[in-house]
Structures are given as C-alpha cells and as structure tokens.
Write a protein that binds this ligand. Structure first.
Ligand SMILES: Nc1ncnc2c1ncn2[C@@H]1O[C@H](COP(=O)(O)OP(=O)(O)OP(=O)(O)O)[C@@H](O)[C@H]1O
Ligand SMILES: [Mg+2]
Length: 255
C-alpha cells in the first residue's frame, strides 16, 4: 500500500565520540506519515542519532536509506540530496539572527532550490501562515518569542518539502506557556501526514500521536512499542518507569 511505504530506514548505526561508543547498532524504520518518538535519559544518544540520520555527524558504521536509496556518505551529491529531503528542528532554533522570519524561511529556497526571489517569498509566506506567523514575517529573531522562533524554524523546514522531519527536543528550550503553541504545530503536521522522528520529554502529548516509542539508553534502543502498550496500567516497561520519574519531577504526567 502506498501510504505504508517505508520512508526512512536506519540499519545498525554505530557512532563513537570522545573515544566512547555513543550509538551502538541502532536500527529503526519509519513508514510514511508516522511519528516515532525517541525517549530516554540525558546522554542516551538521542541527539547523536538524529544527527547521524542526516549525516551532520557521519556514522562510523551502519546504513541510512531514504525513500529506498542508500546514502553514500562519501558522495556530496547523496548528502545534498538527503539534506534537501530531511528537515531538522533543533532545540535552540538555529535561525539566522540577521535575517527576518520570512528571509530565514526563504534563504534555502533561493540558495539550495534555486527558486527565483518572488516565488521563494511567496512560498515562505505560505509556510509562515501555516504556522500562524504571517503577521510576523518582517521581524528578526530577536523580536520573536521562543515559541515563535521555533515555529519559524518549522516553517523553514516545511518550505523544503521534506520527506521526513527530525525534531530534537523542539520544546525543551521554551518557557512552559510557549510550549503549547509549538506542540499545536507539531500536532497539525502529524495530522497532515508528515513523517517524523522526534526526541522529546513531552510523553503525554506524543503518546496520542506516535505510532511507536523508542526508548534509548546508553546508545541502544532497549525498548520499543506502541505508547498504549508501554504506558498501560500495570506495565512494567522501562518507558513507564521513566515517565513516572519525569512526572515526579514536573509534578504532572507529560506536561
Ligand atoms: N562531540 C562529542 N564528544 C564527546 N562526547 C560527546 C560528543 N557529543 C556528544 N557526546 C556524548 O554522547 C552522549 C550522547 O549525547 P546525546 O547528546 O546524543 O544525548 P541525548 O540523549 O540527546 O541527551 P539529552 O536528553 O540530554 O539531549 C553523551 O554522553 C555525550 O556526552
Ligand atoms: Mg539531546
């Protein structure tokens, strides 16, 4: 079935950093329109895994396939092809401070996609409208709230028509009252059928959207399954234990 097709496949990825084995044979498969959620303690390797998937950090071993094509890390053409199709959302937004919101969304359309300025501007405005920021297009990052900056960053990724989006704790740098507006955008993306992998501590939120939780510890995925199974009452899962600890810390489940 078309909508069951595999978009991204990661096979036995190994990564060493600072002499330590940070990723230890990690494998996963994401089908079209699905959301996989990476959870686990700090230092587990979640960010490292996301960065290995788009070769911001080249894996030492293992393979990455996008839309069935194996990426050759030595091929600049492959890396460019991959990065045009993988949208990345970072915790700290990674916007250009000297460009307005609209220009931040537009820049890769002009430079990478070689769109003419008019078309690129039109597209950038469409994507800003999609995340509810049409009226902020002319503002610089310093003039935006954290939640607005993160929505600009989502609009920038969307403008590239990604096959998959990787989100690395997209709400963890935000004040609590701003988290909801970014989660609402992520929910809209999931509802619209975007394929995504997201590292997050927003367990409550993501349990309703994710088809699978991947629990990482010490560079390995040690537990995986449907949120409803892993979080079922009476479940002895590591995921459940981790969530209990999180909710103890935050005073509420998921948040
Ligand atoms: N450049 C580096 N050199 C050495 N060690 C590194 C480097 N980058 C990351 N690490 C180590 O790799 C491990 C995994 O880090 P990573 O950032 O992937 O964890 P994480 O699961 O994303 O954690 P968090 O929840 O805190 O974001 C950590 O122990 C970290 O110290
Ligand atoms: Mg991280």
């Amino acid at each position: 079935m078309q909508n069951e097709s595999v978009v991204l496949r990661v096979e036995n990825v190994v990564k060493h950093l600072g002499g330590q084995r940070i990723l230890d044979e990690v494998s996963l498969t994401v089908k079209k329109g699905r959301l996989k959620v990476l959870i686990g303690p700090s230092g587990a390797g979640k960010s490292t895994l996301l960065q290995c998937i788009n070769f911001l950090l080249p894996p030492d071993e293992g393979k990455v396939f996008l839309d069935g094509r194996e990426i050759n890390p030595k091929s600049r053409k492959d890396l460019l092809w991959l990065r045009q199709r993988v949208g990345m959302i970072f915790q700290d937004f990674n916007l250009f401070d000297h460009l307005t919101a609209m220009e931040n969304v537009r820049v890769a359309l002009i430079k990478v996609k070689k769109m003419d300025k008019r078309t690129a501007t039109h597209r950038a405005m469409e994507e800003l409208a999609r995340v509810g920021l049409a009226d902020k297009a002319g503002l610089y990052p310093a003039q935006l709230s954290g939640g607005q900056k993160q929505r600009v960053s989502v609009a920038r990724a969307l403008a590239m028509d990604p096959a998959v989006m990787l989100l690395d704790e997209p709400t963890s740098a935000l004040d609590p009252e701003l988290i909801g507006e970014v989660l609402a955008v992520i929910r809209d993306l999931a509802d619209a059928g975007m394929t995504m992998i997201m590292a997050t501590h927003q367990i409550g939120f993501s349990s309703s959207l994710a088809d699978e939780f991947l629990f990482m510890e010490k560079g390995r995925i040690i537990e995986r399954g449907a949120p409803s199974e892993l979080l079922a009452r009476g479940s002895c899962s590591r995921t459940m234990a981790f969530c209990a600890k999180l909710s103890e810390l935050s005073g509420e489940m998921g948040g």
